[in-house]
Write a protein that binds this ligand. Sequence first.
Ligand code: NBP
Length: 479
Amino acid sequence: AVANIGVVGLAVMGSNLARNLASREGNTVAVYNRTTARTDQLLNEHEDLGFVAAHDMDAFVASLARPRTAIVMVQAGRGTDAVIEQLAQRFEPGDIIVDGGNADFHDTIRREHALRERGLHFVGTGISGGEEGALNGPSIMPGGSDEAWQTLGPILRSIAAVAEGEPCVTHVGTDGAGHFVKMVHNGIEYADMQLIAESYDLLRRIGGHEPDALVGVFEEWNRGDLESYLIEITAEVLKQRDADTGRPLVDVIRDEAGSKGTGVWTVQNAVGLGVPVSGIGEAVFARAVSSKPAQRAAVQRSVGERPAPAPAPEGFEDDVRAALYASKVVAYAQGFDLIVAGGLAYDWDIDLGAIARIWRGGCIIRAQFLNRIVEAYQRDPQLPTLLVDPYFADAVARGEAAWRRIVGIAAASGVPAPGFSSALAYFDSLASDRLPASLIQGQRDFFGAHTYRRVDREGTFHTLWSQDRREVAQEPSTH
Ligand code: NBP
């Protein structure tokens, strides 16, 4: 037994992670894959990395020093369950199984509890940054026990991305906390991409700029407070020309956005927890709308002429930028609200500032912006929402007028901006003294005797709508 860490599953993610591990001082990495050809290929291509290769599970487990630590990087779902069981049958109490795949956090909770019964540590770990991140430094979100973290922490720290001198990894919380936070990360990624896409669309359809001309705009934004990986790659995509036709690639790519489902998970869980993540929801729905070509074509035939875009007013580009920033603050605020709610529901003690810190490097949403979130939670770890942190409150206040102009002109011009408009509606809802929710309570009481509370005294009340419309106080339920 010579290896301090092993990797099972050597497709693109697993082999890159194994290479990352093996290139760090002090690591000897055991590797195993169900199909032997993959193991041999990794070994042949990277002889210098000193891999300890195994061609069956027994040999793999025998090559690991105790406490045995194995990272599973196979297809999420059944494949992961199969590999975990093979390891669990051979591991001994105190050994550690890490799942680095994109697991549903409910599965992670289930697996952790089952393996704990058998004396094993199970660490569900979110790993973000795709193939490139796995190789050169991902953002890593591990759950699991404190004891497992003692062994695993130094190893994960050695391979994580580094931002501002700090490794992008933290022990997020117990059992499924890491995969939950990874899920929210992906949800925020959907919202961020949608908002950038809306900005591009407005600049193009109302601003009248061709993709070539927009490259410079996004490059300039990437030098300011919107600096982020997603803005950077937006400029790269807009720059690209199709080799066959010479047209901008963005005009050749079909406008039907796909997804692998983590955005949907985020929204489903948020709905269950009662957290309005409308920014993420609009992003998931916008992809779904785009992927209905038959419906889109039918409506296009039926509506005829569309409103001509309003002429772009003076300062339009700056307005779009301000609307993007304000909407982004809303999307991140909602994402962090979901982490808070998840922590309460599943009993995880999650340090919000630490989450913002580990997202600053390695992952898809890495951005300057996250430093502002780190600072916000340093100022007040109990912030009710990021929107009231002094920095963000000021930023949104300064962009508010522009935000309203953009939502207005988009609506008048028939250019859909669901991310911008719903973010503004969310902000206005929180900022409103009174909401029409009182009318909804009245309606609910009318048809279903659902009762309501009053503004002027404690208690629960019901109006006898179908009798004499007297109000009666409800007895508090004894159940
Ligand atoms: P895939 O998700 O494509 O899975 C392929 C690997 O799973 C191969 O090693 C395959 O072995 C193994 N496997 C399967 Br499928 N069923 C198995 C079983 N029953 N027993 C043993 N091994 C089995 O690989 P990937 O794209 O490298 O992703 C790995 C994990 O990382 C996934 O959970 C993924 O969601 C996650 N992830 C991916 C990315 C990304 O950018 N791709 C980013 C972040 C996380 P074989 O060679 O014998 O078929």
